[in-house]
Write a protein that binds this ligand. Structure first.
Ligand code: CP
Length: 307
């Protein structure tokens, strides 16, 4: 495997292979000296055209722990502001020695285009492209769910994904990966924010959050409302919260054995109440921590073969 731009590039064994490797690497991350020599001499470039906290920092930590050299570039401080194209930018980075380029881009399909056009020999990793996919987020979510239920694959588990599904690259990658690993996927959100394609991907749709919660899903994944990607699809925060927030009342109806996930960043008080975010059943910070091990596993898988 040279690139990771979509969960569609993985079969079940490859996905489980990355998750199993991430578990091994999590043991390294629990040591005092959290370092392996695997990628010594290689350079990983984080090229971010959109803001990020979790993904960028965890890729940086992951590459550093594998002894790679890491360079972070954001579009605001690069020659992109002078009009340099994505193609010229990545070719420049490869000429500077990048073995892998981790790309976050507002255009859906940009990382896939880079991987397929053959403009560079570097490995391309999708760190979130528009509303399309965020494969390493889905992998860290699957790692978290496997840990929470001491499961190998996710057969027999149900995961409810709630909220602004249409703008969510996290939801698209999660539906693909959760289904690949055997989970049942339920979705619920406002009619204007639930695309038809998601039922075609195998998700079971509910028109009301309370109806979906009555199914007692093992995991409830709340999604951020992405107002920055909306034009007129969002009328009122009050209405949205009333219908779609995981609030204290809905939290009370959630089985004690269910877990709450959120990819972050959270809009506390909009899609998720502070009580839900901080509830003992919230595994949100565990997701963040697992991001380092999963991204180490992805870098290891793509780059270590010829290390
Ligand atoms: N989940 C996620 O992608 O968060 P960041 O935007 O902070 O990277």
């Amino acid at each position: 495997m040279k690139h990771l731009t979509s969960i569609r590039e993985l079969d079940r064994d490859q996905a489980l292979g990355i998750l199993n490797l991430a578990e091994e690497l999590a043991q390294v991350n629990a040591r005092d000296v959290k370092k392996l020599p695997t990628l010594r001499g290689k350079t990983v470039v984080n090229l971010f055209y959109e803001n990020s906290t979790r993904t960028r920092v965890s890729f940086e930590i992951a590459a550093t722990r594998l002894s790679a050299d890491v360079i972070n570039i954001s579009s605001e401080v690069s020659s992109v502001t002078k009009g340099e194209s994505l193609k010229d930018t990545v070719q420049t980075l490869e000429a500077l020695g990048a073995a892998a380029i981790v790309v976050r881009h507002p255009n859906s399909g940009a990382p896939k285009q880079l991987a397929e056009m053959g403009w560079v020999g570097s490995s391309i990793i999708n760190a979130g492209d528009g509303s399309h996919e965020h494969p390493t987020q889905a992998l860290l979510d699957a790692m978290t769910i496997r840990q929470l239920f001491a499961a190998d694959d996710l057969t027999g588990l149900s995961v409810l994904i709630v909220g602004d599904l249409s703008h969510s690259r996290v939801a698209r990658s999660n539906i693909l990966l959760l289904r690949l690993l055997g989970a049942e996927v339920l979705i619920a959100g406002p009619a204007e924010l639930v695309p038809e394609e998601m039922t075609a991907m195998g998700a079971k749709r509910f028109n009301e959050l309370d109806q979906a919660l009555a199914e007692s899903p093992n995991v409830v994944m709340m999604l951020r409302v992405q107002k920055e990607r909306m034009s007129n699809q969002f009328a009122s925060e009050r209405e949205y919260s009333k219908d779609w927030q995981l609030d204290s009342k809905r939290l009370g109806s959630l089985p004690s054995s269910s877990w709450i996930l959120h990819p972050g960043p959270m809009n506390r008080g909009l899609e998720i109440s502070a009580e839900a975010a901080d509830d003992p059943r919230s595994a949100i910070l565990r997701q963040v921590a697992n991001g380092v091990s999963v991204r180490m596993a992805v870098l290891h898988t793509l780059l270590a073969a010829d290390a």
